[in-house]
Write a protein that binds this ligand. Structure first.
Ligand code: V47
Length: 380
């Protein structure tokens, strides 16, 4: 039997992409092979990216809030967490939290991204309360808060169902959920890097319930540690399956592992080549997720900019107060100005478009840039 060459297999995949057909597990594994030229994988991903998002390069004006870093779990990849009695440990007061809200609004932010540790001594009510006080004080600021792992912890604390917890949070002012806590779903890896926290089934149950309640959520994949290409493609296929069912994911964010100060500090950071290949393969496999985010904080500015030609359509935001990556050795700046982020997108040949969390165009008055309103949804 004559075995198909790399070119034959690439041609078959190109035909599928052009005909808008689904790529299989085998296709995904082939795209990850080092002998499959990265530029060709990127070109295919760019085709899909431009089909879905045209030439738009999205960004938002946002801030992060990590109310506590004290955490009952000990995920080996995390440099942010702290023990209860460690001098590094903190939990913010209501006043500090509200001060962050004020700063965000004064800087024209449309979104606050809220995630943190699972504090040994804080009850369920604290987590709901801090969403409520922020929403009451700053009702226009979109609160994208708590990952599936946190919601699972709230189940333990409150003895309520996932649905009841999400209803409490929506009532308090939750606007959507971030995509963290997904890591790698395959148990071979998950058991080694975060064995105690929510497993894949639980993470999916929580996102499915959120989607059923009308919440949009994001999804992520932490790559570049002990997983292999099979685990990554398996992860993407699981996400694609839930998206077929609910349509509730807005954005997929591939998260490059940063080893410094973690239990996996002996590993090397993933290369820019793996970053771009993963970005492109994500765009190709997740044909039903509207957006792919190149999170500049963790990729570095140069790679994030290049990713806009490898499937990504979004750079995330100006970002203020990011701790999870900076504790793990990220050398990117702590914040980008709007002018800087727009310049990066323009230099990549894309049209910079400010979006809100739900991907509607944000309009600002040139004379009063802190004030804003939202326009039409942005998909082309
Ligand atoms: O779940 C933790 C990852 C995630 C490290 O939804 C690490 O818009 C690399 O989910 N090296 C939290 N990654 C961050 C997250 C996120 C980020 C930006 C945007 C959105 C969104 C979501 O960060 C965790 C974990 O996968 N993480 N430690 C580390 N050392």
């Amino acid at each position: 039997m004559i075995r198909p060459t790399t070119n034959d297999r690439l041609r078959l995949i190109r035909d599928k992409v052009e005909a808008r057909q689904r790529l299989s597990l085998e296709d995904g594994l082939f795209l990850y092979e080092p002998a499959t030229p990265l530029n060709e994988v990127g070109e295919l991903a760019n085709l899909v990216r431009e089909r879905i998002n045209g030439n738009h390069g999205y960004y938002n004006i946002n801030t992060h809030l990590n109310p506590t870093n004290i955490c009952v779990y000990r995920c080996t990849f995390c440099a942010f967490r702290s023990d209860l009695r460690d001098p590094k440990g903190y939990a913010m007061s209501d006043q500090q939290i509200l001060e962050r809200g004020r700063e965000a609004v004064e800087n024209g932010c449309t979104e606050m991204h809220i995630v943190g540790g699972l504090h040994h001594q804080r009850g369920y009510d604290w987590y709901v309360h801090l969403v409520r006080i922020l929403h009451e004080a700053y009702p226009k600021l979109h609160l994208k808060a708590w990952t599936g792992v946190e919601i699972n912890w709230f189940e333990f604390l409150s003895k309520k169902s996932v649905r009841e917890i999400l209803e409490d949070l929506i009532d308090a002012g939750l606007g959507s959920m971030p995509g963290g806590g997904a890591e790698i779903f395959h148990p071979e890896v998950r058991h080694k890097i975060c064995e105690h926290k929510a497993d894949a089934g639980k993470w999916f149950e929580i996102h499915r319930t959120a989607h059923q309640l009308g919440l949009k959520t994001n999804c992520t994949m932490l790559y570049g540690h002990i997983e292999n290409a099979y685990h990554r493609i398996d992860h993407l296929l699981r996400l694609r399956e839930l998206q077929d069912e609910t349509g509730g994911f807005q954005t997929f964010i591939p998260l490059a592992f940063h080893p410094e100060n973690t239990g996996l500090a002996h590993l090397k950071k993933p290369s820019a080549l793996l970053d771009l290949r993963t970005m492109a393969i994500s765009r190709l496999m997740l044909d039903n997720v509207p957006h792919i985010k190149a999170y500049w904080i963790m990729l570095g500015i140069g790679t994030a900019q290049a990713a806009l030609g490898y499937g990504a359509d979004d750079l995330d935001g100006t970002v203020r107060h990011e701790l999870i990556y900076h504790d793990a050795g990220a050398t990117t700046p702590e914040v980008l100005s709007v002018d800087e982020i727009r310049r990066l997108i323009t230099a990549a040949g894309r049209e910079p478009v400010e979006r809100d969390t739900l991907y509607r165009r944000v309009q600002r008055d040139a004379d009063r840039p802190r004030e804003w309103s939202v326009g039409e949804p942005l998909l082309v």
